[in-house]
Design a binder for this molecule. Structure first.
Ligand SMILES: Cc1cc2nc3c(=O)[nH]c(=O)nc-3n(C[C@H](O)[C@H](O)[C@H](O)COP(=O)(O)OP(=O)(O)OC[C@H]3O[C@@H](n4cnc5c(N)ncnc54)[C@H](O)[C@@H]3O)c2cc1C
Length: 258
């Protein structure tokens, strides 16, 4: 949405800290620019919209009057079924209009805001993944596990959006706060000449709740592309690559592996 008075939003937050996420850094908020805003609990509850969320969530965007709203939620449909996807698309767009109207009418700072853009199509958090040479598990993430065939690292916690309820479950990465993603997660067990990156790498449901994040997808995408390039150049399958050669290529492109 554009046309948002973010100074007004911030002022309201400072005056009503109880209505926002308790870990919001209120002490520093007056001096810092707004980034993510989670809360407006009272407003959301009073509006009683048919959307299975328990709060408003938005992020400030590139422009000074712009926010990226993450407050819709479509559940109980199958991301692999075209009829379900069509239904989700229609429902999602209805929710967008509902949420925008709610924000304009009720949220301080949104009085003059309007929708400036909507996702080109419905986004699906979880559908198919490959069955890879290794399947990353929740314990690997939580323990901050290291792998000798690391091709990317992530420090984002497990962040499961309940597929049926309202909540979000989080589990933080221990140790130095980051875990390794091994190259084997990018290699399917049964197809030789294929390497994948992004949301469809080989993980459990729980581990996907961190590897699906955009930065991890970019990192595994870079590793997959580099591996594909090296495999083509050396006339090998991706799985037959010397992991040291792949890691050197990634390191020389400033990828963080340790
Ligand atoms: C509602 C929602 C909120 C999210 N919020 C966040 C967030 O706040 N922060 C965060 O970091 N991550 C978030 N994510 C997760 C993240 O956005 C995705 O997991 C990530 O973008 C997936 O990247 P990808 O490259 O694997 O797949 P995608 O981004 O889905 O890219 C796949 C591309 O392939 C194209 N494609 C598909 N089929 C074909 C074909 N046959 N031929 C050619 N092209 C094709 C698609 O059009 C698409 O452009 C969110 C996801 C959702 C759904």
């Amino acid at each position: 949405m554009r046309g948002v008075d973010l100074a007004r939003v911030k002022q309201y937050m400072l005056e009503h800290p109880d209505e926002f996420y308790r870990k919001t850094p209120f002490g520093e908020l007056a001096a810092l620019p707004l980034s993510g805003v989670l809360g407006f609990y009272k407003h959301w509850q009073e509006a009683d919209l048919p959307i299975n969320r328990d709060q408003v969530l938005f992020f400030t965007g590139p422009a000074e009057d712009e926010v990226l709203v993450n407050t819709t939620r479509v559940q109980g449909l199958n991301g692999l079924d075209v009829e379900d996807l069509t239904q989700a698309e229609a429902l999602g767009r209805k929710q967008v209009l509902m949420v925008a109207e709610f924000m304009q009418r009720r949220l301080p700072g949104f009085e003059r805001a309007s929708i400036s853009g909507v996702g080109a199509q419905i986004g699906v958090r979880e559908t198919r993944r490959i069955d890879g040479l290794y399947t990353l598990q929740a314990e690997d993430v939580v323990q901050g596990r290291r792998f000798s065939d690391v091709i990317a690292r992530s420090g984002y916690p497990i962040d499961i959006h309940d597929p049926s309820g309202k909540g979000v479950t989080a589990a933080w990465v221990q140790g130095d706060g980051a875990y390794d993603i091994p190259f084997r997660c990018l290699l399917p067990k049964r197809i030789d000449n294929l390497v994948v990156g992004g949301r469809c790498i080989s993980t459990s449901h729980e581990a996907l709740a961190t590897t699906r994040l955009t930065p991890s997808c970019m990192a595994t995408g870079q590793a997959a592309g580099t591996a594909a390039g090296l495999a083509a150049m050396l006339g090998r399958t991706p799985a037959a690559l010397d992991i040291g050669v792949l890691q050197s290529a990634l390191l020389s492109a400033s990828v963080v592996l340790s």
